[in-house]
Design a protein around this ligand. Structure first.
Ligand code: ATP
Ligand code: MG
Length: 592
């Protein structure tokens, strides 16, 4: 693709320099133990995520710093200092104790972006329970499935969510003993529930964190379900070491920064980088209760003086769709670093950041399983649009060729050394936030490893300078007439066309070529689909990609099927096209 490398951002007057300025040196000197020590130890010993993220700032005399700033739908702002969050979390740990909950029990939330969610998260961690978030837009089935797999004992939610999503399935959940409602008390409580605020008021705001084994489980995160049934990935307290390190290196978080992660806390990004990593780095997080709204987002970035912004390609494309004019209503002179995760970030999006905010978006790659950012474009380094960047210091990545047996189990993985060769993206196990298993599915966990490598299931290439380029999920890569076609590459080219807002590309069986490329396209406002535009788009793609890679056919769609975390579900496009079963659709955004 014809995008030029962008030089590293230079610091503006008054801005701190990049934490990671010299990549090679940082990789050479990085040491996980040193990072671990920087996080301190709770008085009783061990390593506790909530201590590392919240309490240690209070111990260090910085308890008055704002940890979280909530913006309600009506734009009321509410601040929580580190000390206040620590005190509330201690209260919640006491509540759990009073309920007879045991260490290792699972505590869930089903809620939007409300303060109680973060209090529950850190309270559960202080107590020694395992925390698991449920996305508030889930219906009763996905809620029940996850509570069942996770054996949830405590659930914190709202009255309305309880009535609509939990009550219909509660009799299927014998393990669920305690349902705490954040917005009800006394006589208004539905049967079988208790009042979160009442319990909190009655509890003490001090709690001594018990000695926590760094290997003790802390978080249970379900994957997005893009490629199939969501899997429950388990993470240990030690993951905070990677959250902290990657918050510094990949997001360039400096203590005192104002930081905004737009991911919902129902997903791993909204917890790893919407709560733990930022607080472990002493920043002030912005938490907006409202859903995506372009004008509102620009206002938040400007008025809240956001320094570091972590968002997703789907949001970036939605902003792009609405045009640059909307962004021009504000100045973003505090915005220092823009990063993205969740899906491939098209070069078009990287460059758009530079045009609108004066800074490019920096792509980062990771998964629920990796628990933290593994590959990134760093603020202190050049950006190669379309590349995911380079491994974070402390992480060893490789492109491997995997040999599988007849049942699809990997039996051998061999690193590929020739640059620009496609293969599976693999990581050397042992980093602190690596998942410790899939809950209830040990066999699936074992299938993720071969020859000492963790196999990500994503196909990628590494160029001669060590930069990684996403090709596609192993399940999505298209094999046509002897070529391996990257859906991402085709989608990125289509996105360069002025009429195209979103594109999803799949392979369809073909007797001659094996598979041929079909593209589903969502148009920008003011454009209408039709044969003429379809031919134009095919021609446009051919010119850039050649006939072998360009789509053979184009379908216009008013909305592509996406997961609730914003990822295009190519497997659904394929299933619908071929009339195959749709499989697990629990994470499909409604009405798509
Ligand atoms: P499931 O595993 O249930 O199919 P999922 O893989 O979408 O769902 P997540 O763990 O939320 O669940 O997402 C991780 C995946 O998202 C990665 O494996 C990769 O396919 C994709 N991804 C994340 N970041 C990037 C990126 N920067 N570029 C390309 N793909 C990315
Ligand atoms: Mg996955």
């Amino acid at each position: 693709m014809s995008y030029e490398t962008l030089a590293a951002d230079s610091s503006r007057p008054g801005e701190p320099t990049a934490i990671l300025e010299d990549y090679e040196r940082a990789c050479g000197t990085f040491d996980w133990d040193e990072t671990r020590r920087a996080l301190g130890r709770p008085p009783a010993g061990g390593l506790n995520m909530a201590h590392a993220a919240v309490d240690r700032w209070v111990v260090n005399g910085l308890g008055n710093r704002i940890a979280m700033r909530f913006i309600s739908r009506q734009w009321e702002r509410r601040n929580y200092s580190y000390a206040a969050l620590s005190g509330q979390a201690s209260r919640f740990a006491n509540v759990l104790d009073g309920l007879g909950v045991a260490a290792g029990d699972r505590v869930f939330t089903l809620a939007g972006r409300i303060p109680e969610l973060y209090v529950t998260l850190f309270g559960a961690l202080k107590f020694g329970a395992v925390y698991s978030p449920l996305f508030s837009a889930f219906g009763p089935e996905p809620v029940a499935a996850r509570l069942e797999i996770g054996g949830g004992r405590v659930l914190v939610t709202t009255t309305s969510l309880y009535r609509r999503k939990v009550l219909p399935v509660r009799n299927r959940l014998p393990a669920l003993e305690h349902v705490l409602l954040v917005d009800a008390s006394g006589a208004e409580l539905p049967p079988g529930t208790r009042s979160f605020p009442e319990l909190m008021r009655a509890a003490a705001d001090t709690w001594r964190i018990p000695p926590t084994d760094p290997e003790a489980l802390a978080l249970l995160h379900f994957t997005s379900g893009t490629t199939g049934k969501p899997k429950g990935a388990m993470h240990a307290h030690e993951a905070v070491v990677a959250h902290y390190a990657t918050g510094r290196y990949a997001l360039d978080l400096h203590p005192g920064d104002v930081y905004w992660c737009t991911a919902d806390p129902g997903w791993v990004t909204g917890i790893s980088y919407g709560a733990i990593a930022p607080l472990a780095n002493g920043v002030t997080m912005i938490i907006d209760e409202e859903e995506f709204d372009a004008a509102r987002w620009y206002r938040i970035l400007a008025e809240e003086r956001v320094n570091v912004w972590y968002t997703a390609p789907t949001a970036i494309r939605m902003l792009m769709k609405q045009g640059k004019e909307l962004a021009a209503a504000h100045h973003y002179d505090r915005l220092r670093h823009l990063a993205s995760v969740g899906e491939p970030l098209n070069p078009e999006g990287v460059v758009w950041g530079k045009e609108v905010f004066g800074r490019p978006f920096h792509d980062t790659w990771w998964q629920t399983e990796t628990g933290a950012i593994m590959i990134a474009n760093f603020r202190g380094a050049e950006v190669r649009p379309g590349s995911m960047g380079r491994p974070v210091p402390g992480i060893e990545a490789a492109i491997v060729r995997v040999r599988r047996d007849d049942e699809g189990n990997p039996v051998a993985a061999e690193p590929v050394t020739t640059p620009d060769t496609e293969g599976e993206l693999a990581l050397q196990p042992g980093w602190p936030s690596m998942f410790r298993g899939y809950l209830g599915n040990e066999a699936r966990y074992r299938r993720s490893f071969a020859d000492g490598w963790y196999l990500s299931g994503d196909m990628a290439k590494r160029d001669g300078d060590g930069w990684y380029w996403f090709v596609g999920r192993a399940d999505d890569v298209i094999k046509s007439a002897g070529h391996l076609i990257s859906p991402f590459e085709v989608e990125s080219v289509l996105l360069e066309h002025p009429a195209v807002a979103e594109a999803g590309v799949i392979g369809l069986p073909d007797p001659v070529a094996g598979e041929v490329v079909k593209a589903y396209v969502e148009l920008k406002p003011g454009h209408a689909g039709g044969d003429e535009l379809a031919l134009q788009l095919i021609g446009f793609a051919r010119k850039r990609l050649g006939a072998a890679l360009a789509p053979r056919s184009i379908a216009f769609s008013s909305q592509l099927p996406r997961t609730r975390s914003g990822k295009i579900m190519r497997r659904l496009l394929r299933a619908r096209e071929l009339g195959l079963p749709e499989g697990d659709t629990s994470t499909l955004e409604q009405g798509k």
